[in-house]
Design a protein around this ligand. Structure first.
Ligand code: GLC
Length: 439
Protein backbone atom coordinates (compact mmCIF):
# COMPACT_ATOMS: atom_id res chain seq x y z
CA UNK A 1 0.00 0.00 0.00
CA UNK A 2 2.63 2.48 1.12
CA UNK A 3 4.90 1.49 -1.76
CA UNK A 4 2.03 1.86 -4.23
CA UNK A 5 1.38 5.43 -3.05
CA UNK A 6 5.05 6.29 -3.35
CA UNK A 7 5.19 4.83 -6.87
CA UNK A 8 2.13 6.79 -7.90
CA UNK A 9 3.62 9.98 -6.48
CA UNK A 10 6.87 9.40 -8.36
CA UNK A 11 5.06 8.95 -11.62
CA UNK A 12 3.14 12.21 -11.06
CA UNK A 13 6.39 14.08 -10.53
CA UNK A 14 8.00 12.47 -13.57
CA UNK A 15 5.10 13.32 -15.83
CA UNK A 16 4.95 16.93 -14.61
CA UNK A 17 8.68 17.36 -15.26
CA UNK A 18 9.39 19.36 -18.45
CA UNK A 19 12.58 17.88 -19.78
CA UNK A 20 13.34 20.53 -22.36
CA UNK A 21 13.26 23.46 -19.93
CA UNK A 22 14.29 21.51 -16.82
CA UNK A 23 11.53 22.25 -14.34
CA UNK A 24 8.30 20.74 -13.00
CA UNK A 25 4.85 22.28 -13.41
CA UNK A 26 2.61 22.24 -10.31
CA UNK A 27 -0.07 20.58 -12.47
CA UNK A 28 -1.40 20.51 -16.04
CA UNK A 29 -3.63 23.33 -17.25
CA UNK A 30 -4.18 25.33 -14.07
CA UNK A 31 -0.48 26.02 -13.38
CA UNK A 32 1.58 25.55 -16.56
CA UNK A 33 4.80 27.39 -15.54
CA UNK A 34 7.49 27.19 -12.84
CA UNK A 35 6.38 28.40 -9.41
CA UNK A 36 8.96 29.42 -6.82
CA UNK A 37 8.02 27.67 -3.60
CA UNK A 38 6.52 24.70 -5.45
CA UNK A 39 9.98 24.09 -6.92
CA UNK A 40 11.59 23.88 -3.48
CA UNK A 41 9.11 21.20 -2.35
CA UNK A 42 9.35 19.39 -5.68
CA UNK A 43 13.15 19.23 -5.41
CA UNK A 44 12.78 17.58 -1.99
CA UNK A 45 10.52 14.92 -3.50
CA UNK A 46 12.83 14.23 -6.44
CA UNK A 47 15.85 14.01 -4.12
CA UNK A 48 14.50 10.67 -2.88
CA UNK A 49 14.70 8.99 -6.28
CA UNK A 50 16.19 11.22 -8.98
CA UNK A 51 18.70 13.70 -7.63
CA UNK A 52 19.60 15.04 -11.09
CA UNK A 53 16.03 16.28 -11.55
CA UNK A 54 16.11 17.83 -8.07
CA UNK A 55 19.28 19.74 -8.98
CA UNK A 56 17.84 20.77 -12.32
CA UNK A 57 14.72 22.17 -10.62
CA UNK A 58 16.87 24.43 -8.45
CA UNK A 59 19.16 25.52 -11.28
CA UNK A 60 16.22 26.41 -13.52
CA UNK A 61 14.52 28.39 -10.76
CA UNK A 62 17.69 30.37 -10.15
CA UNK A 63 17.86 31.28 -13.84
CA UNK A 64 15.00 33.63 -13.06
CA UNK A 65 16.85 35.41 -10.25
CA UNK A 66 17.17 39.16 -10.73
CA UNK A 67 20.37 41.17 -10.42
CA UNK A 68 19.33 42.37 -6.96
CA UNK A 69 18.92 38.84 -5.57
CA UNK A 70 15.13 38.73 -5.93
CA UNK A 71 13.65 35.35 -6.94
CA UNK A 72 10.28 35.74 -8.69
CA UNK A 73 7.12 33.80 -7.93
CA UNK A 74 6.48 32.53 -11.47
CA UNK A 75 9.00 31.90 -14.26
CA UNK A 76 7.52 31.82 -17.74
CA UNK A 77 10.01 29.50 -19.47
CA UNK A 78 7.40 28.32 -21.94
CA UNK A 79 4.30 29.62 -23.74
CA UNK A 80 0.87 28.66 -22.52
CA UNK A 81 -2.57 30.14 -22.96
CA UNK A 82 -4.15 28.25 -20.06
CA UNK A 83 -3.15 30.77 -17.34
CA UNK A 84 -3.97 34.39 -16.59
CA UNK A 85 -2.22 36.76 -15.85
CA UNK A 86 0.77 35.76 -17.99
CA UNK A 87 4.09 37.44 -18.85
CA UNK A 88 2.54 40.19 -20.97
CA UNK A 89 0.55 41.35 -17.96
CA UNK A 90 3.38 41.21 -15.42
CA UNK A 91 6.07 42.81 -17.61
CA UNK A 92 8.95 41.98 -15.31
CA UNK A 93 11.46 43.76 -17.53
CA UNK A 94 10.11 47.06 -16.26
CA UNK A 95 12.59 46.47 -13.43
CA UNK A 96 16.11 47.39 -14.53
CA UNK A 97 17.66 44.32 -12.87
CA UNK A 98 15.06 41.76 -13.97
CA UNK A 99 16.28 38.44 -15.38
CA UNK A 100 17.17 38.80 -19.04
CA UNK A 101 17.00 35.04 -19.54
CA UNK A 102 13.37 34.48 -18.72
CA UNK A 103 10.18 36.51 -18.25
CA UNK A 104 8.85 36.38 -14.72
CA UNK A 105 6.39 38.01 -12.40
CA UNK A 106 7.51 40.99 -10.29
CA UNK A 107 6.52 39.44 -7.00
CA UNK A 108 8.00 36.60 -4.97
CA UNK A 109 6.87 33.67 -2.78
CA UNK A 110 7.88 32.18 0.60
CA UNK A 111 11.67 31.61 0.56
CA UNK A 112 11.96 27.84 0.81
CA UNK A 113 15.12 27.33 -1.21
CA UNK A 114 17.53 27.52 1.76
CA UNK A 115 15.88 24.72 3.67
CA UNK A 116 15.21 22.77 0.46
CA UNK A 117 19.00 22.68 -0.16
CA UNK A 118 19.54 21.43 3.38
CA UNK A 119 16.93 18.71 2.84
CA UNK A 120 18.74 17.66 -0.34
CA UNK A 121 21.94 17.36 1.65
CA UNK A 122 20.27 15.19 4.28
CA UNK A 123 18.36 12.95 1.89
CA UNK A 124 21.14 12.07 -0.53
CA UNK A 125 23.77 9.42 0.28
CA UNK A 126 26.56 10.83 -1.86
CA UNK A 127 27.39 13.79 0.41
CA UNK A 128 30.39 14.84 -1.60
CA UNK A 129 28.47 15.18 -4.82
CA UNK A 130 25.53 17.02 -3.25
CA UNK A 131 27.82 19.34 -1.34
CA UNK A 132 29.57 20.18 -4.57
CA UNK A 133 26.21 21.08 -6.07
CA UNK A 134 25.10 23.08 -3.01
CA UNK A 135 28.39 25.02 -3.01
CA UNK A 136 27.69 26.07 -6.59
CA UNK A 137 24.24 27.48 -5.75
CA UNK A 138 24.21 28.56 -2.11
CA UNK A 139 25.54 32.10 -2.61
CA UNK A 140 22.56 32.86 -4.85
CA UNK A 141 20.25 31.93 -2.01
CA UNK A 142 22.30 34.04 0.39
CA UNK A 143 21.91 36.98 -2.06
CA UNK A 144 18.19 36.38 -2.01
CA UNK A 145 18.06 36.67 1.77
CA UNK A 146 20.19 39.79 1.57
CA UNK A 147 17.66 41.19 -0.89
CA UNK A 148 14.87 40.59 1.64
CA UNK A 149 16.64 42.20 4.58
CA UNK A 150 17.82 45.18 2.52
CA UNK A 151 14.64 45.87 0.59
CA UNK A 152 11.65 44.35 2.36
CA UNK A 153 12.29 45.41 5.94
CA UNK A 154 11.73 49.19 6.02
CA UNK A 155 11.77 49.38 9.83
CA UNK A 156 14.82 47.21 10.20
CA UNK A 157 13.00 44.72 12.41
CA UNK A 158 14.13 41.51 10.76
CA UNK A 159 10.55 40.99 9.57
CA UNK A 160 10.03 41.25 5.85
CA UNK A 161 6.82 42.35 4.17
CA UNK A 162 4.83 41.06 1.24
CA UNK A 163 3.03 43.51 -1.01
CA UNK A 164 0.62 41.09 -2.67
CA UNK A 165 -1.49 38.20 -1.41
CA UNK A 166 0.07 35.99 -4.09
CA UNK A 167 3.44 36.48 -2.41
CA UNK A 168 2.10 34.78 0.72
CA UNK A 169 1.47 31.45 -1.02
CA UNK A 170 -1.90 31.38 0.77
CA UNK A 171 -3.48 33.39 -2.01
CA UNK A 172 -7.15 33.55 -1.11
CA UNK A 173 -7.00 33.44 2.69
CA UNK A 174 -9.73 35.29 4.65
CA UNK A 175 -6.79 37.11 6.32
CA UNK A 176 -6.79 39.52 3.38
CA UNK A 177 -10.52 40.34 3.45
CA UNK A 178 -10.12 43.36 5.73
CA UNK A 179 -7.37 44.79 3.55
CA UNK A 180 -9.65 44.65 0.51
CA UNK A 181 -12.02 46.93 2.44
CA UNK A 182 -9.38 49.67 2.58
CA UNK A 183 -9.26 50.47 -1.16
CA UNK A 184 -11.39 50.30 -4.28
CA UNK A 185 -9.77 49.06 -7.47
CA UNK A 186 -11.28 49.68 -10.88
CA UNK A 187 -13.19 46.89 -12.56
CA UNK A 188 -10.84 45.30 -15.07
CA UNK A 189 -11.76 43.70 -18.32
CA UNK A 190 -9.99 40.35 -18.38
CA UNK A 191 -10.53 36.72 -19.13
CA UNK A 192 -10.07 34.28 -16.27
CA UNK A 193 -8.45 30.96 -17.16
CA UNK A 194 -8.45 29.22 -13.78
CA UNK A 195 -12.22 28.74 -13.79
CA UNK A 196 -12.02 26.80 -17.05
CA UNK A 197 -10.05 24.11 -15.17
CA UNK A 198 -11.66 24.22 -11.73
CA UNK A 199 -15.21 24.86 -10.54
CA UNK A 200 -15.60 28.57 -9.78
CA UNK A 201 -17.04 27.81 -6.32
CA UNK A 202 -13.54 26.69 -5.30
CA UNK A 203 -11.75 29.78 -6.66
CA UNK A 204 -11.70 33.55 -5.92
CA UNK A 205 -14.42 35.78 -7.39
CA UNK A 206 -13.91 38.12 -10.36
CA UNK A 207 -14.12 41.12 -8.04
CA UNK A 208 -11.34 39.65 -5.89
CA UNK A 209 -9.21 39.40 -9.03
CA UNK A 210 -9.65 43.18 -9.54
CA UNK A 211 -7.82 43.72 -6.23
CA UNK A 212 -5.03 41.36 -7.20
CA UNK A 213 -4.56 43.01 -10.60
CA UNK A 214 -4.67 46.50 -9.17
CA UNK A 215 -1.79 45.76 -6.78
CA UNK A 216 0.26 44.54 -9.73
CA UNK A 217 -0.63 47.61 -11.82
CA UNK A 218 0.53 49.81 -8.96
CA UNK A 219 3.85 47.97 -8.69
CA UNK A 220 4.29 48.24 -12.46
CA UNK A 221 3.73 51.99 -12.34
CA UNK A 222 6.76 52.07 -10.04
CA UNK A 223 8.75 49.70 -12.27
CA UNK A 224 8.70 47.22 -9.40
CA UNK A 225 10.81 49.53 -7.25
CA UNK A 226 10.60 48.17 -3.69
CA UNK A 227 10.95 51.49 -1.96
CA UNK A 228 8.10 53.03 -3.94
CA UNK A 229 5.95 49.94 -3.45
CA UNK A 230 6.54 50.12 0.31
CA UNK A 231 5.47 53.76 0.30
CA UNK A 232 2.33 53.33 -1.76
CA UNK A 233 0.92 49.80 -1.75
CA UNK A 234 -2.32 49.47 0.24
CA UNK A 235 -1.28 45.86 0.84
CA UNK A 236 1.83 45.63 3.05
CA UNK A 237 1.88 42.69 5.42
CA UNK A 238 4.35 40.87 7.65
CA UNK A 239 3.24 37.28 7.20
CA UNK A 240 4.10 34.63 9.83
CA UNK A 241 4.38 31.83 7.25
CA UNK A 242 6.60 33.84 4.91
CA UNK A 243 8.86 35.00 7.74
CA UNK A 244 9.02 31.53 9.26
CA UNK A 245 10.23 30.20 5.89
CA UNK A 246 12.92 32.87 5.78
CA UNK A 247 14.03 32.04 9.32
CA UNK A 248 14.08 28.30 8.63
CA UNK A 249 16.11 28.96 5.49
CA UNK A 250 18.55 31.23 7.38
CA UNK A 251 19.15 28.37 9.79
CA UNK A 252 19.71 25.97 6.89
CA UNK A 253 22.18 28.33 5.21
CA UNK A 254 24.14 28.69 8.46
CA UNK A 255 24.32 24.89 8.78
CA UNK A 256 25.34 24.40 5.16
CA UNK A 257 27.98 27.15 5.18
CA UNK A 258 29.37 25.58 8.35
CA UNK A 259 29.64 22.19 6.63
CA UNK A 260 31.21 23.78 3.54
CA UNK A 261 33.67 25.79 5.66
CA UNK A 262 35.49 29.09 5.00
CA UNK A 263 32.38 31.23 5.14
CA UNK A 264 32.60 32.96 8.52
CA UNK A 265 31.49 36.38 7.40
CA UNK A 266 28.34 35.07 5.72
CA UNK A 267 27.58 32.96 8.79
CA UNK A 268 27.99 36.06 10.98
CA UNK A 269 25.65 38.07 8.79
CA UNK A 270 23.05 35.31 8.74
CA UNK A 271 23.28 34.90 12.52
CA UNK A 272 22.66 38.61 13.04
CA UNK A 273 19.61 38.56 10.78
CA UNK A 274 18.40 35.42 12.47
CA UNK A 275 18.60 36.82 15.97
CA UNK A 276 16.69 39.97 15.10
CA UNK A 277 14.10 38.09 13.07
CA UNK A 278 13.36 35.54 15.78
CA UNK A 279 13.15 38.13 18.55
CA UNK A 280 10.74 40.39 16.69
CA UNK A 281 8.73 37.52 15.28
CA UNK A 282 8.06 36.46 18.85
CA UNK A 283 7.24 39.90 20.16
CA UNK A 284 5.41 41.48 17.24
CA UNK A 285 3.56 38.59 15.65
CA UNK A 286 2.43 36.70 18.74
CA UNK A 287 -1.16 37.36 19.81
CA UNK A 288 -1.62 36.39 23.44
CA UNK A 289 -5.43 36.37 23.37
CA UNK A 290 -5.53 33.98 20.46
CA UNK A 291 -2.52 32.00 21.64
CA UNK A 292 -1.03 32.07 18.15
CA UNK A 293 1.16 33.97 15.73
CA UNK A 294 -0.80 36.25 13.42
CA UNK A 295 -0.22 38.52 10.41
CA UNK A 296 0.72 42.17 10.91
CA UNK A 297 -0.72 44.86 8.64
CA UNK A 298 2.20 47.23 8.19
CA UNK A 299 0.19 49.73 6.16
CA UNK A 300 -2.44 50.19 8.85
CA UNK A 301 -0.15 49.36 11.80
CA UNK A 302 -2.14 46.59 13.42
CA UNK A 303 -2.20 42.85 13.89
CA UNK A 304 -4.71 40.92 11.78
CA UNK A 305 -6.21 38.77 14.52
CA UNK A 306 -7.07 35.47 12.83
CA UNK A 307 -5.67 31.99 13.31
CA UNK A 308 -4.72 30.08 10.17
CA UNK A 309 -2.33 27.24 9.40
CA UNK A 310 0.26 29.97 8.73
CA UNK A 311 0.07 30.71 12.48
CA UNK A 312 1.69 27.35 13.22
CA UNK A 313 4.50 27.40 10.65
CA UNK A 314 6.76 28.91 13.34
CA UNK A 315 7.02 25.41 14.84
CA UNK A 316 8.87 24.25 11.75
CA UNK A 317 11.32 27.14 12.06
CA UNK A 318 12.11 26.58 15.77
CA UNK A 319 10.81 30.04 16.64
CA UNK A 320 8.68 29.56 19.78
CA UNK A 321 10.17 28.67 23.13
CA UNK A 322 8.78 25.43 24.65
CA UNK A 323 6.12 27.33 26.59
CA UNK A 324 4.91 29.23 23.52
CA UNK A 325 4.97 26.03 21.50
CA UNK A 326 2.64 24.46 24.04
CA UNK A 327 0.24 27.39 23.78
CA UNK A 328 0.38 27.23 20.01
CA UNK A 329 -0.35 23.53 19.84
CA UNK A 330 -3.14 23.94 22.34
CA UNK A 331 -4.72 26.55 20.05
CA UNK A 332 -4.27 24.24 17.10
CA UNK A 333 -5.97 21.34 18.81
CA UNK A 334 -8.80 23.40 20.30
CA UNK A 335 -9.76 25.14 17.09
CA UNK A 336 -8.56 22.78 14.35
CA UNK A 337 -8.28 19.41 16.05
CA UNK A 338 -11.86 18.15 16.52
CA UNK A 339 -12.40 14.52 15.61
CA UNK A 340 -14.63 15.49 12.69
CA UNK A 341 -11.78 17.48 11.08
CA UNK A 342 -8.65 16.40 9.32
CA UNK A 343 -5.56 18.23 10.54
CA UNK A 344 -4.80 20.88 9.57
CA UNK A 345 -7.38 23.21 8.01
CA UNK A 346 -5.86 26.30 6.39
CA UNK A 347 -8.16 28.64 8.29
CA UNK A 348 -9.79 28.57 11.74
CA UNK A 349 -12.72 26.09 11.48
CA UNK A 350 -14.51 27.84 14.37
CA UNK A 351 -14.62 31.17 12.52
CA UNK A 352 -17.48 32.30 10.31
CA UNK A 353 -15.09 33.04 7.44
CA UNK A 354 -14.13 29.38 7.31
CA UNK A 355 -15.02 27.55 4.10
CA UNK A 356 -13.76 23.94 3.99
CA UNK A 357 -13.65 23.69 0.20
CA UNK A 358 -12.59 27.09 -1.02
CA UNK A 359 -9.02 27.89 -1.99
CA UNK A 360 -7.07 28.72 1.23
CA UNK A 361 -10.25 29.59 3.15
CA UNK A 362 -10.31 26.27 5.02
CA UNK A 363 -9.13 23.22 3.02
CA UNK A 364 -6.10 21.16 4.02
CA UNK A 365 -2.90 21.69 2.00
CA UNK A 366 -0.15 19.07 1.95
CA UNK A 367 2.79 21.50 2.09
CA UNK A 368 1.55 23.13 5.31
CA UNK A 369 0.88 19.70 6.80
CA UNK A 370 4.39 18.60 5.91
CA UNK A 371 5.90 21.57 7.72
CA UNK A 372 3.66 21.16 10.74
CA UNK A 373 4.47 17.47 10.95
CA UNK A 374 8.21 18.12 11.25
CA UNK A 375 7.59 21.12 13.52
CA UNK A 376 5.47 19.08 15.93
CA UNK A 377 8.04 16.31 15.98
CA UNK A 378 10.79 18.79 16.70
CA UNK A 379 8.94 19.96 19.81
CA UNK A 380 8.12 16.37 20.79
CA UNK A 381 4.39 16.53 20.23
CA UNK A 382 4.69 13.04 18.84
CA UNK A 383 1.08 11.90 19.14
CA UNK A 384 -0.26 14.95 17.36
CA UNK A 385 2.46 14.64 14.73
CA UNK A 386 1.38 11.05 14.21
CA UNK A 387 -2.24 12.05 13.76
CA UNK A 388 -1.25 14.81 11.36
CA UNK A 389 0.72 12.40 9.26
CA UNK A 390 -2.04 9.79 9.25
CA UNK A 391 -4.58 12.42 8.22
CA UNK A 392 -2.30 13.59 5.41
CA UNK A 393 -1.75 10.12 4.03
CA UNK A 394 -5.45 9.27 4.44
CA UNK A 395 -6.47 12.28 2.34
CA UNK A 396 -4.32 11.40 -0.66
CA UNK A 397 -5.17 7.72 -0.35
CA UNK A 398 -8.88 8.42 -0.28
CA UNK A 399 -9.14 11.23 -2.83
CA UNK A 400 -5.93 11.27 -4.88
CA UNK A 401 -3.06 13.74 -5.22
CA UNK A 402 -5.15 16.88 -5.28
CA UNK A 403 -4.07 20.45 -4.66
CA UNK A 404 -6.27 20.80 -1.55
CA UNK A 405 -8.79 18.80 0.44
CA UNK A 406 -12.04 19.31 2.33
CA UNK A 407 -10.98 19.49 5.97
CA UNK A 408 -14.18 17.82 7.21
CA UNK A 409 -14.39 14.06 7.54
CA UNK A 410 -17.19 13.58 5.04
CA UNK A 411 -19.80 10.95 5.77
CA UNK A 412 -21.08 10.26 2.29
CA UNK A 413 -18.76 8.05 0.28
CA UNK A 414 -19.78 9.72 -2.99
CA UNK A 415 -18.86 13.21 -1.82
CA UNK A 416 -15.85 14.72 -3.52
CA UNK A 417 -13.12 15.69 -1.06
CA UNK A 418 -10.17 16.67 -3.28
CA UNK A 419 -10.20 20.01 -5.07
CA UNK A 420 -8.22 22.34 -7.33
CA UNK A 421 -5.62 20.77 -9.60
CA UNK A 422 -5.20 17.00 -9.68
CA UNK A 423 -1.87 15.16 -9.95
CA UNK A 424 -0.44 18.06 -8.04
CA UNK A 425 3.34 18.05 -7.78
CA UNK A 426 4.01 19.21 -4.22
CA UNK A 427 1.33 16.87 -2.84
CA UNK A 428 3.21 14.03 -4.54
CA UNK A 429 6.69 15.26 -3.59
CA UNK A 430 5.99 15.73 0.11
CA UNK A 431 4.12 12.44 0.48
CA UNK A 432 7.21 10.73 -0.92
CA UNK A 433 9.29 12.55 1.67
CA UNK A 434 7.03 11.80 4.61
CA UNK A 435 6.60 8.12 3.75
CA UNK A 436 10.23 7.50 2.83
CA UNK A 437 11.67 9.07 5.96
CA UNK A 438 9.27 7.14 8.19
CA UNK A 439 10.85 4.66 10.57
C1 GLC B 1 -1.72 28.50 -6.02
C2 GLC B 1 -1.23 28.54 -4.58
C3 GLC B 1 0.25 28.89 -4.54
C4 GLC B 1 1.02 27.93 -5.44
C5 GLC B 1 0.44 27.96 -6.87
C6 GLC B 1 1.06 26.92 -7.77
O1 GLC B 1 -1.69 29.75 -6.58
O2 GLC B 1 -1.98 29.43 -3.83
O3 GLC B 1 0.72 28.81 -3.23
O4 GLC B 1 2.35 28.26 -5.47
O5 GLC B 1 -0.92 27.65 -6.80
O6 GLC B 1 0.92 25.65 -7.23
Amino acid sequence: MKQAIIEQAKSILNSNFKKEQGFTIPCEGLYPFQWNWDSGFIAIGFAHFDIEKAKQEVITLLKGQWGNGFIPHILFHNDSDTYFPGPEFHQSKLHHLASQQVNTTGMTQPPVLGFALKELYEIVDDKQDILHFISSQIDKVFENHKYFYNNRDPKNEGLVYIYHNWESGTDNSPIWDDIWETFTPPQYDFERRDTTHVDSSQRPTNREYDYYLYLIELAKQHHYNDKKIAETSPFLVQDPLFNAMLIKSNEALIDLYTIIGDNTSKIDTLSKWQKKSKTNFNSKLFNKELGAYVHYDLRNEKQIPFVSSSSFAALYANIPNPEQAKTLVNTMMTKFGNDDQYLCASFDPTHDRFNPRKYWRGPVWINLNWMLYYGLKHYNFNDIAKRLKEDTVALVTKYGFYEYFDSRKLERPDEKGGYGGNNFSWSAALIIDILTKEK
